[in-house]
Design a protein around this ligand. Structure first.
Ligand SMILES: NC(=O)c1ccc[n+]([C@@H]2O[C@H](COP(=O)([O-])OP(=O)(O)OC[C@H]3O[C@@H](n4cnc5c(N)ncnc54)[C@H](O)[C@@H]3O)[C@@H](O)[C@H]2O)c1
Length: 437
């Protein structure tokens, strides 16, 4: 396989596209950004300057890009969830290979439409399942693939989304309402985790799912008595509330990519301007209990039955003190148990002649969690994914980590079925249509 320079166009030049595109600054021998599509003029200008993209290759709509013929080898699609399919189909038809963010589709119909187009055009499509590229999950997957724990009988996983992440993304932010973004929290946040579970269980496939969950903490009827409508304008709890905009976005510097987006390109970000924005028209300054919840959940559990008789369970809880992903795989020869954020897991193997009945080996991996590693976010998973995508479109075979479209279709289909199971209170079969296999 050749390591030739790959050229790419960013469609949706927002936060995630910037993260992926930044690989071109560290590895100019591997990736060059040569075009941009974004209807936001400020964003287009900032990204044009950052990546030195010629003005004639900057567009406000994907239809203008494809009219120009093929400008590059690949498209990196970093639009929001519900725009992935409408903006990806035209570029696949124009002959581009594609790296598309997760969730790559928000329902089964559009998921199958994208899969059909990719099949028809022989496109290479990779989905942004960055966890597969972290040292932690790669090391666990290797032990599973090497047969260290035998055949997996059960897998238990959880994702705890801490309270300030919950508030910024799933209460105040872009994923606050299924009506608004078309992606319920399980799809928007935890399609990564369901993908990891199916990746670990790749010798089999899920056949049915049950799911439970509710909105436990938010909604107008839970608003504390006397609370105001904006933390910094009229709320007596501004200095006590764990969700206070003052505490989370001014005292601590968190989630700038979301909270200060409305001030982007409008001059220096001073504390005075931030405070003014949160007190007046910035959505992240609003009381968390005032948002319409539209049937959203803040926690959900998913129980999966696999074709070979194994079972899996996954619980997403929004509102924990610490963000944490745990995994516990129990197999016929041993087990693996660990916490991603701690960069640590143990392998236990049955050992009947020992006092404990098992032998335990501890593994420490580098740069786990959502920490920024030396080469970027998700413990370097972001950069590893991009480099792997470049290898793949240069003619390489998909690596073990590579979330090719067929893999991601499987995990998305499972998440869609879990959503139906939650809404109907029934056990829902998971079956594939011919197009999306
Ligand atoms: N892989 C991960 O771990 C991970 C983490 C965070 C977010 N995401 C996903 O990444 C995606 C992008 O999230 P983000 O926070 O970067 O969003 P963002 O809002 O920062 O970026 C989206 C960009 O798309 C542009 N846009 C809007 N309509 C468009 C259109 N018709 N054509 C082209 N561009 C258009 C917007 O102007 C914006 O600049 C989401 O799907 C999100 O779920 C993935």
């Amino acid at each position: 396989m050749e390591n030739k320079l790959v050229t790419a166009v960013l469609v949706g030049a927002g936060n995630r596209a910037d993260v992926y595109a930044s690989v071109s600054l560290r590895r100019p021998d591997r990736l060059k950004i040569v075009g941009l599509v974004d209807p936001d003029g400020v964003r287009l200008r900032l990204m044009r300057e950052k990546y030195a993209v010629p003005e004639e290759n900057c567009f406000s709509d994907v239809s203008e890009l494809v009219k120009r013929g093929k400008l590059a080898d690949a498209v990196i699609n970093g639009t929001m969830d519900s725009l992935h399919v409408p903006t990806s189909i035209p570029v696949l038809e124009a002959g581009y290979d594609l790296l598309v963010e997760k969730p790559f589709a928000v329902n089964e119909t559009e998921m199958e439409a994208l899969a059909r187009t990719a099949n028809e055009h022989g496109s290479r499509v990779v989905v942004g399942h960055v966890l597969r590229y972290t040292d932690f999950y790669r090391a666990v997957k290797k032990l599973v693939s090497d047969g260290e724990i035998g055949r997996i009988i059960s897998v238990e996983m959880c994702e705890h989304v801490n309270y300030h992440h919950m508030a910024v993304s799933y209460v105040r932010g872009k994923w606050r309402s299924e009506k608004l973004c078309l992606a319920p929290m399980l799809l928007a946040k935890s399609c990564h985790d369901i993908d990891i579970m199916l990746w670990m269980m790749s010798e089999t496939e899920p056949v049915s799912v049950a799911s439970f969950g509710s909105d436990f903490q938010f909604g107008k009827d839970r608003k504390p008595e006397g609370a105001g409508s904006r933390c910094m304008a009229d709320c007596p709890y501004v200095d006590d509330c764990i969700f206070s905009a003052k505490a989370n976005y001014l005292a601590a510097v968190r989630w700038s990519q979301y909270v200060w987006k409305c001030l982007e390109g409008k001059g220096p970000l001073t504390d005075e301007r931030k405070a003014e924005s949160l007190s007046t028209d910035n959505p992240y300054g609003r009381c968390v209990w005032d948002f319409e919840r539209d049937g959203n959940v803040d926690h959900q559990t998913v129980i999966l039955n696999f074709k070979n008789g194994a079972v899996g369970s996954f619980t997403m809880t929004g509102g924990s003190a610490k963000s944490e992903r745990n995994i516990h795989l129990v197999g016929t020869k041993g087990e693996i148990k660990g916490t991603f954020e701690d960069s640590r897991f143990v392998l236990r193997k049955m050992a009947p002649t020992t006092r404990a009945g098992y032998e335990e080996t501890e593994y420490t991996t580098s740069e786990g969690g959502d920490k920024i590693g030396a080469r970027g976010g998700h413990g370097n998973g972001d950069e590893n994914l991009v480099l792997d995508f470049l290898d793949y479109i240069n003619g390489g075979e998909p690596s073990t980590s590579c979330a090719v479209l067929a893999d991601s279709v499987k995990s998305h289909r499972t998440v869609f079925a879990a959503g139906r199971a939650l809404k109907t209170g029934t056990v829902v079969p998971i079956s594939a249509s011919e197009d999306a296999k």
